[in-house]
Design a binder for this molecule. Structure first.
Ligand code: 5GP
Length: 202
């Protein structure tokens, strides 16, 4: 499979460019999907800093995909059933409240969209539960998504049309190939050379 090497500089600049769209939204917090969303979220925080306001808080969630689809039938069930939670937000300990917030979900790549679909759906459920606990009818949470790369390919799960229309921010549309990110590299010198050669250093 075609493999494209992405440099740290490229990642940094994709975040910087995306921040031009994201900063005016005046977000309340970020939720980074690990491990690929961690570094982009941290870089974004630098560019999203509002004057006289504290840094945006970043919460980490970690998910893994698994392949056993034998027990589920519909596409919706498949999208959810494939994902396993490794780590989630501890609402009690962190005191984080999703109600009345603008929240950015960050991941490195939207491949089949399964992970993003699962994360958004579960976070929406959490927000609805928190609203009920407070006696609110509606959590009034606005979710946004940022990914460095969205691959042009048929997706296995969908995100709400309205989110895709106005709350979905992409660093770069990408062909359906394997994207090698710098934080996965065990030979960063070679990785960097490849990124320069392929034109993914700026
Ligand atoms: P999904 O298929 O749910 O959109 O993506 C699942 C996960 O697979 C992503 O969060 C990412 O960690 C991994 N993944 C998918 N495509 C690529 C790729 O091209 N490069 C890398 N490094 N990871 C990928």
């Amino acid at each position: 499979m075609d493999k494209r090497y992405i440099s740290y500089n490229n990642v940094h600049q994709l975040c910087q460019r995306a921040a031009e769209t994201l900063k005016p939204l005046d977000l309340d917090l970020m939720i980074a999907i690990g491990g690929g969303g961690f570094i982009p979220a941290r870089i974004l925080r630098t560019f999203l800093k509002q004057q006289n306001q504290p840094n945006l808080r970043i919460f980490a969630i970690v998910l893994s995909l698994y392949e056993d689809l034998n027990t589920v039938s519909t596409q919706e069930e498949q999208a959810g059933a494939e994902v396993k939670r490794i780590q989630w937000i501890n609402y009690k300990e962190s005191g984080v409240d999703l109600c009345n917030k603008k929240i950015l979900i960050v991941d490195e790549v939207d491949d089949t969209r399964t992970t993003l679909h699962y994360a958004l759906r579960e976070l929406q459920k959490d927000a609805a539960r928190q609203a009920r606990e407070k006696g609110l009818e509606d959590p009034n949470t606005q979710f946004f998504v940022f990914v460095l790369h969205n691959k042009d390919k048929p997706k296995r799960a969908q995100l709400p049309a309205e989110l895709m229309r106005s709350n979905y921010v992409v660093g770069e549309q990408f062909p359906d190939c394997w994207i090698a990110y710098p934080w996965e590299s065990t030979d960063i010198v070679h990785h960097q050379q490849m990124a320069v050669q392929q034109g993914y250093d700026i």
